[in-house]
Design a protein around this ligand. Structure first.
Ligand code: CP
Length: 304
């Protein structure tokens, strides 16, 4: 791998290898001998959109592998004077940055930037528009694998909420198909479901209770109002009534069902406190796995 831009089309062997490596890093938390892997390499987190989890966990992951880490803050940079993302990247490359972790609000922006990078520079997509968030997909699959085992063929997985604007949903759908998930259900109001080929092969429903029936893994999504040109159809109260995950509703799922959410959560909208903080929630495990998953990607792209 030169860049890590999408999980779409990534061979199963490569995905499984990354998951195995991430699991190994998770098992070796606290092992200081890992700190030599990326010594002499410089990683820059180049974020043109806000982030808490992705940026912080990439910084921790790179530091745990011994890399030097440069944090680029678009709001206080010369991009506010009109400098392009390309010129920003080329400027930082000239200072000796070897790898860029890039988030951008435009669909396809990170892949376009990768096409402009010097030979030897690696780009990692930390989320572009509504298209891809491959390290989120990796950490989500790692979290499911830890909870349910490596054989996904018997799993019923439901992705619920604002799928239309979600790069996480698109990425998880690619990964779940690659790993052979038994049944993928996608649920949300018609206005928040994609109408293109994104949902091919999925069981699609607007009925949340039906989507929950006997499901093993439940991925709840935030309403991404920053990407809704048309605005939210209906009220937040109505959305919570129809698509909010409550403890009562969760009883429709399989008894050992697990709940995931990529964050940030809007508590009381798509998920209630007692579910988010309850025994079936793996949300903080996802966050922890973000460090291991990102260590795996950094090592594969920038390691010796
Ligand atoms: N899941 C995720 O991408 O969160 P952040 O926006 O906080 O990075």
């Amino acid at each position: 791998l030169r860049h890590f831009l999408t999980l779409e089309g990534l061979p199963r062997t490569v995905l499984v290898r990354l998951l195995d490596l991430a699991q190994n890093f998770d098992d070796r938390r606290g092992d200081v001998s890992l700190r030599s892997t990326l010594v002499g390499r410089t990683v820059c987190t180049l974020f043109f959109e806000p982030s808490t989890r992705t940026r912080s966990s990439f910084q921790i992951a790179a530091q745990r592998l011994g890399a030097d880490v440069l944090t680029f803050d678009a709001s206080t940079s010369s991009t506010s004077k009109g400098e392009t993302a390309r010129d920003t990247m080329r400027t930082l490359e000239a200072m000796g940055v070897h790898g860029f972790v890039v988030r951008h609000k435009e669909d396809g922006a990170v892949a376009a930037l990768a096409g402009e990078a010097r030979p030897g520079t690696a780009l990692i997509n930390a989320g572009d528009g509504r298209i891809a968030h491959p390290t989120q997909g990796l950490l989500d699959m790692l979290t499911i694998r830890q909870a349910k085992g490596a054989d996904f063929s018997q799993l019923k997985v439901a992705i619920v909420g604002d799928v239309k604007h979600s790069r996480v949903a698109r990425t998880d759908l690619h990964a779940l198909r690659t790993l052979g998930a038994g049944e993928i259900r996608v649920c949300g109001p018609q206005s928040l479901l994609p109408t293109d080929a994104t949902l091919d092969g999925c069981v699609v429903t607007e009925d949340f209770d039906a989507a929950l029936e006997g499901v093993d893994v439940l991925m709840m999504l935030r309403l991404q109002r920053e990407r809704m040109e048309e605005g939210l159809v209906g009220s937040l109260d109505a959305y919570h009534r129809d698509y909010g995950l409550t403890a009562t509703r969760l009883r429709r799922a399989a008894p050992e069902a697990v709940v995931l959410h990529p964050g940030p959560m809007n508590r009381g909208v798509e998920i209630d406190d007692d579910v988010a903080d309850g025994p079936q929630s793996l949300i903080l495990r996802q966050v922890a796995n973000g460090v291991a998953a990102r260590m795996a990607v950094l090592e594969v792209l920038l390691g010796a």
